[in-house]
Design a protein around this ligand. Sequence first.
Ligand SMILES: [Zn+2]
Length: 423
Amino acid sequence: MTENAVFTAARVANADANGWLPDHAVVVEDGRISDVAPQSSLAIGIADTHAVHDLGDVSLLPGLIEAHAHMHAAAGDDPVYTQYAAFNDTTEFFIMRAVDHVRTALLSGVTTMRDLGGPADVVFPVRDAVRAGVIPGPRLQLAGAPITTTAGHCWFFGVEADTADEVVRAVRNQVKLGADVIKIMSTGGMFTPTANPRSAQYPVETLRAAVVEAERLNVQIVSHCLAADGVRNCVEAGIHCLIHARWYDSDFSKGLAYDPEIARMAADKGIWADPTTGHIMVGDLRIKAGDVAPRVPHWAVSAITVPEDEHDAALRDMRERGVRFVTGLDMGMAHGEFDMSAANAWSFVELLGFTNWEALAASTVDTAESLRIGSETGAIRPGLSADLMAVSGDPAEDIRDLLNCTDVVMEGRLVKRNGRALV
Ligand SMILES: [Zn+2]
């Protein structure tokens, strides 16, 4: 049930999320933004027809778009990457954890969340319950079970498929179960001891078969890729979004094998990247506070061989060549805390050279475009769903202010007011 409402704030982000509209009002009717106007221009008597919420000296932004979550996972900080043992929990436990996680994300300002891999019997019922208004949560876009090779990355909650025929069948099956997007693991990953993060799991032809099938069924397909060989395969196959894009050399004794030609090809094809750098900021906070120990790297990857700034340099170069970035924290994985999506923008500024406004646009309007929901949400613009979040302070001045969420509006309805949860 949404009422007509007006939200006023000292600073309201403009439609492109690149500047403030001072002392403006966002008018909401039937859950959608109907007008954005100076407070002084509001009709006298608007309070007779609309609930007027003066949010005060806050910065009002579109709700954050979190492009990479695993709602069933624990966001643990296990230093030795044995978290996969925690994936032995029951379906019922996973569901209860996911219900808590989607609410936590919503109350931190996330109004759209893309889940990139979880058990189908967990994630689809949670989405249905959010849609039906049974539980609070953001708009959800789901991959269902990630597709991986036998014993490949995330096999313990994925679907194992080795040949092109098996992969095509797995794509069809996830769509049948309700997937909006397909996730495929093109390389090994950090917490799967039976998979090698430095090598490709699928040849180009197999990935290409998956892309063709996903496009035929009108869903996007994104891929986990840590190895340079995997990035290259994904780009050649036309995968829609590169997750991580860490460019590891296949040789254990070497660092990265970054290839600017492949980055340029990705840009030409309109391929997006989710650099998942936000969790680094969260990890730094937790390690500095003495809460957790630094993680021990996977057997195939030496953290000493590849310092973070080499990864960041490759990511910055990808961006300079025209690759656009989405904000995905990898919620549920190590340091991917469900109320820390704002750390994505923070990392884009501190590690990747974005301006504050570029990072704020990345977290909202750009990622909405990548998820193909830009005509529904992601900006403060008449016609779009009234999905809003407010923070104290000014994140255009200090990006860390984005962490100070005071108010959240989901489809026109206040779900958090002045720091207090209403759902
Ligand atoms: Zn992930």
